[in-house]
Design a protein around this ligand. Structure first.
Ligand code: UD1
Length: 365
């Protein structure tokens, strides 16, 4: 039997936990699939990339395009130029592109022009906010994809509204939850060391990296002022994304106090352990909205919208304006209300088995 040649693309931190379980699932069908893993190099620091390969037990990339950082146009164009050569050499039957980062659209666009079939993992999410670079990446990747693998039913509806043929859409569930379910026991083991290292009992865990929050000095100052004020009542642990780190230091906002702990970005296991034990997450990440929904941990998302509405309707997520007063009010409300900790109904097919469903979809194609 002729094997299907599958080329997986990863580029930035949130891609690794989506592709890792698919690679594992396809390894179980060695007669059906031949796999290749390409890292674009969009994220390159060890704690933004390498540590995830180790902790998620992913094979090392067969090829790293080493594009690094740049403006959107520069980064996207460099990925396209380098990825085109890889596709011409390897001639895969399918490429799998996850999520909504610049690597996703760059590789999808190259494949579409070379007639290579594209499967988009996490298709159909929409914030309806075209000022977000990710929204542009989502809409365009979905338009050129041949197989649209959706994490929730709202995504199917979004795609059909945009004229995507229903035959191309497969509702498979949330593949990032596969990684979370598999690694929760390992993360649990990390907790005692983390608790002792950061002297944690009840605490808030913070992440921020959206350009709308961190590239706008006013928004960043409002958020940092809320975080600093609340840290007088409850410890705040804040692993700082590299984009955010440079903004915080150029605005001289990095005033740690005894209870406001700014750290380097964390690996997957430590961060998952910290999420599992937190009183509350304050974030602007997409993935964390989903992970907290699964874990039943309250999440405040400092954004005016979300492309993941099931985390609000089914989960523990709430949107909050990036203003000091709004943030402080929302934080106090959550901390004083134990009902927010209650798990609601998990979205359908967030069950840890999405990667196997994806492998079956590719197997049938
Ligand atoms: C990217 C994604 C975003 C995703 C986020 C997760 C796009 C458009 N954005 O945003 O959707 O949520 O990743 O982290 O693709 N940098 C480092 N080391 C690294 C990587 C980046 O220092 O390993 C610094 C560089 O100064 C770089 C900046 O971070 O200019 C931003 O990196 P970039 O990949 O452009 O965007 P992110 O903000 O990480």
């Amino acid at each position: 039997m002729i094997k299907k040649k599958i080329l997986h693309v990863v580029g930035a931190r949130p891609n690794f936990m989506k592709i890792a379980p698919i690679v594992r699932a396809m390894f179980n069908y060695p007669d059906e699939f031949e796999q290749m893993l390409v890292h674009t190099g969009q994220h390159y620091d060890a704690n933004m990339s390498q540590i995830f390969f180790e902790e998620l037990e992913m094979p090392r990339p067969d090829i790293n395009l080493e594009v690094g950082s740049g403006s959107h146009a520069t980064q996207t164009a460099q990925i396209m130029q380098k990825f085109e050569k890889v596709l011409i050499n390897y001639k895969p039957d399918w490429i799998l592109v996850p999520g909504d980062v610049n690597s996703t659209i760059a590789c999808a666009l190259v494949a579409s022009k070379l007639g290579v079939k594209i499967a988009h993992v996490e298709a159909g999410l929409r914030s309806f906010d075209r000022t977000m670079p990710e929204e542009i990446n989502r809409v365009l990747t979905d338009q050129v994809s041949d197989l649209l693998l959706t994490p929730s039913k709202d995504a199917d509806e979004n795609l059909m509204r945009e004229g995507i043929a229903p035959a191309k859409i497969r509702f498979v569930g949330n593949v990032m939850i596969d990684t979370l379910v598999r690694l929760m026991p390992k993360a649990e083991v990390r907790w005692p060391n983390l608790r002792d290292e950061y002297k944690l009992d009840r605490y808030i865990l913070v992440t921020l990296h959206r350009p709308s929050n961190v590239d706008d000095p006013n928004a960043l100052a409002e958020i940092m002022s809320a975080v600093t004020e609340i840290s007088e009542q409850i410890p705040v642990l804040f692993p700082v994304h590299p984009r955010t780190r440079s903004r915080i230091s150029s605005l001289k906002l990095n005033q740690s106090n005894r209870q406001l702990i700014l750290t380097e970005p964390m690996g997957y296991l430590d961060f998952l352990a910290l999420q599992m034990k937190a009183a509350l997450l304050l974030t602007d990440s997409g993935g964390i909205q989903e992970e907290t929904t699964y874990l039943g941990i309250p999440c405040l998302t400092a954004r005016p919208n979300t492309e993941r509405p099931v985390t609000i309707t089914n989960g523990t997520n709430q949107l909050v304006e990036s203003k000091t007063i709004a943030l402080l009010n929302a934080i106090e409300r959550v901390l004083n209300n134990d009902h927010d900790r209650m798990k609601k109904q998990l979205p359908d097919l967030w069950d840890g088995k999405t990667a196997v469903r994806i492998a079956h979809c590719l197997f049938e194609k």
